[in-house]
Design a protein around this ligand. Structure first.
Ligand SMILES: Nc1ncnc2c1ncn2[C@@H]1O[C@H](COP(=O)(O)OP(=O)(O)OP(=O)(O)O)[C@@H](O)[C@H]1O
Ligand SMILES: [Mg+2]
Length: 500
């Protein structure tokens, strides 16, 4: 597999791409971006050093006409006139046209673009068209180059953060330690403007800031996801400590925490692709996924395959999936959660072929993705999962979450008592856990809750007796479904790693 370009190289790669196009005397280059100002700055710097002598950068917009900082050329607010002026210039130069795409419906503009292409062939003059959409009129598609301006990378984010940090009378002290990179990485996906505004907001009026600003930063990213309306943003609520047991899974996550750090990339490690968490209902699968994002400090977004099949965008499931993926990539690094992936595979009734088609493009994306979108999927009906999903290389690991064993149940009781402000030391957890074989995490939580209702109702503190009483009233699901659970375990034995 090809080595990923380093994030640091994002902007550098773009500059290199532009340099090559200009050297190859491309006359029209359409640049797909929302960041007009940044593009202007990059081109301005390039104009200074692209040739042996600096060349001018001309700017055009319908309001300002064509100019290089001085008086605009006469009548050049008309795009046709502006393009003529470009043709007539004798010397090399770069031109940045803003919003020209708004005139693509005008046959004369399209014609003139083709004329430009012909006239500028052989001259070192290149027109850059900055546009938020990748579309070009079909007549010019063959003649123009289309490139993306990638969003700012780590070094640019670092510079922006530094600028924001030192903007006030006194520089803000930053106490982030190892998390400094996490902050910068977390800001990837924002445009320069968005990052500048976000950093200013995080730092304003503060003397020192710590890790909490990473969470605040995610709030900013959340608005990006909301704008799209296909993915759900899940706020960080579950911590790794809220999960009882699952030690192997937790260790796995701990080991990979630093995979997203700059050093790992320099070391030549590819970031983890994803994990599939299978297992018995109510044992903490969904919880574990949520904890991944909190623990790794990356935003969590949920992909609902049914929304994809419904084809929210252009009535097309494919286009909808594409949009969902590009949104996720824009806010990468992030965790993408697909809950109960087996239902997504079957699709709703009558949709089976759509489901198969869309899902196979999803799998292809997973295999080839370059962005740090960590896919975390959960599955209950694991024997329904198709072999191609389980193939090596898709997920880094497939975990099986079993019913908690005795030690884990102790842990889960402790977590739920703690969570509700009870001192676990006041309870005989070992005895509770011995009395609850076959209970899953959700049922243990219910025991604690039901016990607390009783105690509250009787106007006193929670005692062991309350817990025993509610325990006696519960028949664990695993008992009623023992055959099914045996099947699931048999399946998992050869295919998955135990999460505990
Ligand atoms: N290991 C655990 N530690 C602490 N709490 C747990 C654990 N497992 C389950 N719970 C409790 O049970 C609830 C349900 O767990 P969760 O939704 O993660 O289960 P699941 O495996 O995804 O189940 P399903 O297959 O039904 O979706 C959690 O909100 C949590 O309160
Ligand atoms: Mg679940």
């Amino acid at each position: 597999m090809q080595k990923q370009p380093t994030l640091e190289g994002r902007a550098a790669a773009f500059v290199e791409q532009v340099r090559k196009l200009v050297a190859a005397r491309y006359s029209v280059v359409s640049v797909h971006t929302h960041e007009e100002e940044r593009l202007e700055r990059i081109l301005g710097a390039l104009a200074q050093r692209l040739f042996t002598k600096p060349v001018p950068l001309y700017l055009w917009s319908v309001t300002e006409g064509l100019h290089d900082g001085g008086e605009p050329a006469a009548g050049s607010d008309d795009p046709l006139v502006a393009l003529d002026v470009v043709i007539s210039h004798a010397k090399p130069g770069l031109y940045l046209f803003r919003d020209l795409h708004r005139f693509y419906d005008d046959a004369r503009v399209v014609r003139r673009l083709r004329d430009v292409h012909r006239a500028l062939r052989g001259a070192y003059k290149t027109i850059f068209i900055s546009t938020p959409e990748a579309r070009l009129p079909p007549e010019v598609q063959k003649e123009a180059a289309v490139i993306d301006l990638p969003l700012p990378g780590m070094p640019e984010m670092e510079a922006l953060f530094e600028a924001a940090r030192t903007a006030g009378k006194r520089a803000v002290e930053v106490d982030l330690g190892d998390y400094y990179d996490a902050l910068l990485r977390g800001s990837l996906g924002l445009t320069e403007e968005e990052a500048r505004a976000a950093f200013a907001k995080l730092l304003v009026g503060k003397k020192t800031v710590g890790r909490e600003i990473i969470d605040e930063l995610y709030e900013e990213k959340r608005t990006i996801v909301r704008r799209e309306g296909i993915l759900d943003y899940i706020p960080p609520r579950v911590r790794l400590e809220d999960i009882g047991g699952l030690a192997t899974l937790k260790d796995w996550l701990r080991q990979r925490q630093r995979f997203f750090a700059r050093e790992a990339e320099e070391f030549g490690l590819d970031p983890p692709k994803g994990v599939l968490i299978t297992g018995i209902s109510g044992c903490g699968k969904s919880m574990a996924v949520q904890a991944i994002s909190t623990f790794w400090r990356m935003p969590l977004i949920r992909l609902d395959m049914n929304r994809i099949y419904a084809g929210v965008i252009d009535n097309s499931p494919e286009a909808t999936l594409e949009r969902a993926i590009s949104t996720a990539e824009a806010i990468a690094p992030c965790v993408m959660w697909i809950d109960e992936i087996e239902t997504a595979l079957v699709g709703t009734q009558g949709m089976a072929s759509v489901a198969t088609r869309v899902f196979s493009s999803f799998l292809t994306w997973m295999q080839e993705k370059q962005h740090m979108v960590f896919v975390a999927a959960t599955a209950n009906e694991i024997d329904q999962l198709p072999p191609e999903l389980l193939r090596k290389g898709r997920f880094d690991e497939i975990f099986f979450v079993d019913l908690p064993n005795e030690a884990e149940r102790t842990d889960i009781f402790r977590v739920h008592l703690d969570k509700r402000g009870k001192d676990a030391a006041d309870f005989d957890l070992v005895s509770l856990s011995k009395s609850t074989p076959n209970f899953n995490g959700a049922e243990i939580e219910q025991i604690v809750l039901a016990g607390m209702y009783t105690a509250f109702d009787q106007g006193r503190e929670l005692i062991m007796k309350d817990l025993y009483r509610s325990l006696g009233r519960t028949v664990p699901l695993a008992t009623t479904m023992s055959e099914r659970i045996k099947e699931i375990k048999r399946w998992a034995d050869t295919r998955a790693v135990k999460a505990c």
